[in-house]
Design a protein around this ligand. Sequence first.
Ligand SMILES: Cc1ncc(COP(=O)(O)O)c(C=O)c1O
Length: 377
Amino acid sequence: MTRLRLKYAPFYHTFSGQLGARVVMDGRELVMLASNDYLGLTRHPKVIEAGKRALDTWGASTTGARLANGSRAYHTELEARLAAFLGKEACHVSAAGYLSCMSAVQSFAQRDDLIISDKNCHSSLMAGVGLTQARKERFSHNNMADLAEILAYEKAFTPKMIVFEGVYSMEGHIAPVPDILKACEGHDCFFVMDDSHGFGVLGRGGRGTAEHHGVAGKVDLICGSLSKALSSTGGFVAGSTALIDYLRTHSKQTIFSAALSPVQAACAMAALDLLETEPEHLQRLWANTRRYRELLASLKLDTWGSETPAIPIVLGSKERTYMFWQKLKDNGVFAVMSIAPAVPPGKDLVRTAISAAHTDADFEIIANALAVASGRR
Ligand SMILES: Cc1ncc(COP(=O)(O)O)c(C=O)c1O
């Protein structure tokens, strides 16, 4: 461990309580600016009630994988709801977004294929890429010229998988999906998009990044996590019926791992209901995001061009990042830091994410902490 990491100990803190966007650490209340509770639904009464009912009805766990001991009605119901919401024929849910995203890649690439992924893809996608025997190439983040150059050197008929995120979790950037599709025209490409941070956030009614761009039907597989806007845990892969059937019989992450628990499925489904019936959560998320962005701009902080509620504060060196993070904490705000090599050199950052649950009182604390951390107070 580095000297700075030992001194500041920025990771694996334990909170003794959590309510709304506040957590309690060492007896102090902090505003949570590091989680991905975009719609602020983790404490919504309907979500809590649904979780309790599922526990009463189904018990605590599935205690096994679906291939072996069967799916439950709540799995298939949630899958049908997610598929319909995303405009896909079918969906498969699993116990973690990490497993879902890994399986969306690993299950569909073979030895003679070529996988081309964005350099900033999430670890779950890269873990899937790493487990295949396909050839691998990476294009510079959101850089279409680079993607086109890689494609230009490949035989048009080589099967290619293009792997990218809808919204990049660290950077808050939106993938230029129509440009990706255009660059790939005529190159026999299969598209896998991880929309963990676009789902529930972008597009009509929160239908995600593909819908935001009007290309929902063109991305073959959309995978993601239930732990962000849907305030649960678990993951999903959505696509055509044929693809999802294939995934169910080929994904090691599904065949050999216990299924999504009843409580988590029920909470995700209740959150999806709310997304469809109570538009105010999404509206408040974006109102809060605009307000937060104005605050960051007034402090002249570098947000790496983030376009979404996931907003990094780029500080450029690990020393500055550690100190900024500590000052936020000292002044009542909990965020998370990321330093090179987890981010590109010079992009060391404190990653923040805004939620519909952040209140006026939270914003006052955030504004003060940011002003102190950036040396303006
Ligand atoms: C882009 C992205 N993909 C996948 C995951 C994994 O999701 P989960 O936390 O549900 O395993 C995450 C969560 O950190 C993520 O940010």
